[in-house]
Design a protein around this ligand. Sequence first.
Ligand SMILES: O=c1ccn([C@H]2C[C@H](O)[C@@H](COP(=O)(O)O)O2)c(=O)[nH]1
Ligand code: ZN
Length: 165
Amino acid sequence: MKRKGYLSWDEYFMAVAILSAQRSKDPSTQVGACIANKANKIVGVGYNGFPLGCDDDDLPWGREGDFLETKYPYVCHAELNAVLNSSSRDLMDCKIYVALFPCNECTKVIIQSGIKEVIYLSDKYKDTDQVRASKKMFNMSGVKCRQLTPDRESLLINFVATEYV
Ligand SMILES: O=c1ccn([C@H]2C[C@H](O)[C@@H](COP(=O)(O)O)O2)c(=O)[nH]1
Ligand SMILES: [Zn+2]
């Protein structure tokens, strides 16, 4: 009989997005993204971080104050990185799994890449104009958005080698 408790595709891809977010150096919001194609193959992953060659210790991680002294003008968003990191140039009909509902800039990248579905966990910025603009564009372009309500609250990752002998 097959094992019970295995991850569904939705849980698996979202778990990859959440794991990718753990690479982020952002002290306040770590975002991960995972792109899967129609054959349920992962074709891109990403997380929010500074551009290549921009040292994580030399740019600010703060949120407030003078714009140029915050992270906002510098950080590459998880969705953008996932699309740019993608192994395939063709993301037509792919799905993107993200921990956080995409901002308006990521929304444009998602739509232009051909991705047709966004699966997200948190919509914590739903009351911002950025996310309102995202939803308007997703609606207009026919990109489906759905919030994932997984059957489990957490998943343990065990690095203890003896667990696998
Ligand atoms: O679509 C999005 C929106 C935001 N992010 C990243 C960008 C920043 O590093 C954080 C947001 O920081 P706050 O301190 O919560 O304002 O999330 C992203 O990757 N994708
Ligand atoms: Zn974004």
